[in-house]
Design a binder for this molecule. Structure first.
Ligand SMILES: Nc1ncnc2c1ncn2[C@@H]1O[C@H](COP(=O)(O)OP(=O)(O)O)[C@@H](O)[C@H]1O
Ligand SMILES: CC(=O)N[C@@H](CCC(=O)OP(=O)(O)O)C(=O)O
Length: 306
């Protein structure tokens, strides 16, 4: 009988190394945010769909929340509408809102669900408008101390996770787009940043982890130099760093903070340009990008360190 080759041994070790993580995450819900910038490459989209199917088949309950910033900007440009971002959020006129909704729910969600469904009838696209999933509220932002009106932009102020838990219980993979009905103006919808929507979902379903795939390796403390990647940061360290962050990292890191503050064990920003990076994030002890964890719990009263 042939001796196992080194490659065989490495492959077997890789599988067995995932055992503790399979045990830990089996039956648990993980929310995965797939950013629009990581979504521009066909092969990456296909690899992402495979990863979601893999997680599903090993007994993890993935929920996908997707972005689509570059896709929305392209669709607006095709209609002669310029894109403007303030504090990482798109200024959204009522006319632009129609395009945002069409792109996110009509194109991006449908495409991601179809890619997953090439592996079986698994994915179901839903938006914040589906069965009362999200209730939104208009929000502006503050840039350089000045209040900025963003138009039809909102945040998720309430989540009814029933539609998501029903889908998960039925063995499906929900694919969520970040459109929310305006709770204060019936009939109107709001454009919600997808990182922020993903955090709201993660908290509402009691997810064990929020993983955000983007087009950088993680959070750099020396942006834009990219010499020092932050691999591990606590909630209070991140809160102190937030006011100095720029553009797309503002909503992303705010979302990580909201997720861990809301009871999610860990939020991770990882490089969506690396195929299957999410499998490394989930099935390896050390993360692959930036992990955000809650502050260390205070030492229980009455017990002294030895
Ligand atoms: N400190 C930072 N570390 C890493 N990326 C940063 C930082 N500050 C700003 N960025 C920018 O944030 C971008 C990611 O946000 P965004 O473009 O909204 O991505 P996504 O489509 O994945 O949500 C990066 O491509 C980078 O240009
Ligand atoms: C209010 C706001 O900025 N909404 C985002 C929604 C899509 C999104 O968040 O996409 P990414 O994850 O690819 O950035 C937008 O209009 O671009």
């Amino acid at each position: 009988m042939a001796e196992p080759t080194d490659l065989n041994a490495v492959q077997a070790q890789t599988l067995i190394d995932s055992l503790p993580w399979l045990t830990l995450f089996r039956g648990r819900t993980i929310v995965v945010k797939f950013g629009g910038n990581a979504m521009v490459d066909e092969n990456l989209k296909r690899a992402f769909a495979q990863d979601m199917v893999y997680l599903h088949h090993v007994g993890i309950r993935p929920i996908v929340v997707h972005g689509g910033g570059p896709q929305i900007s392209a669709a607006l440009a095709a209609r002669g509408i310029a894109s403007e971002f303030r504090g990482g959020l798109r200024v959204t006129s009522p006319e632009a809102m129609e395009v945002v909704r069409d792109v996110l729910t009509g194109e991006v969600s449908a495409e991601l669900a179809a890619l997953i469904n090439e592996h079986g009838d698994l994915a179901q696209a839903v938006s914040g408008e589906t069965q009362g999933l999200f209730t939104g509220q208009r929000r502006g932002t503050v840039v350089d101390g000045e209040a900025v009106d963003l138009g039809c932009v909102g945040e998720v102020v309430a989540v009814d996770p029933t539609v998501l838990s029903n889908l998960l219980d039925a063995g499906r993979i929900p694919v969520v787009s970040s459109i929310a009905p305006d709770g204060d103006a019936p009939g109107q919808v709001l454009n919600v940043n997808a990182d922020s929507a993903a955090a709201a979902v993660a908290v509402a379903v009691g997810a064990v982890k929020l993983v955000v795939l983007t087009d950088v390796a993680g959070l750099y403390s020396d942006w834009p130099n990219r010499d020092s990647l932050v691999s591990h940061i606590t909630a209070s360290e991140l809160a102190a760093m937030l006011p100095g962050l720029e553009s797309g990292m503002i909503p992303k890191m705010t979302a990580c903070l909201e997720a861990v503050a809301g009871g999610v064990d860990k939020a991770a920003i990882i490089d969506g340009r690396v195929p299957h990076s999410i499998l490394l994030e989930i099935f390896r002890g050390s993360g692959v990008g930036t992990e955000v964890v809650p502050d260390e719990p205070a030492e229980p009263t009455g017990i002294k360190a030895g």
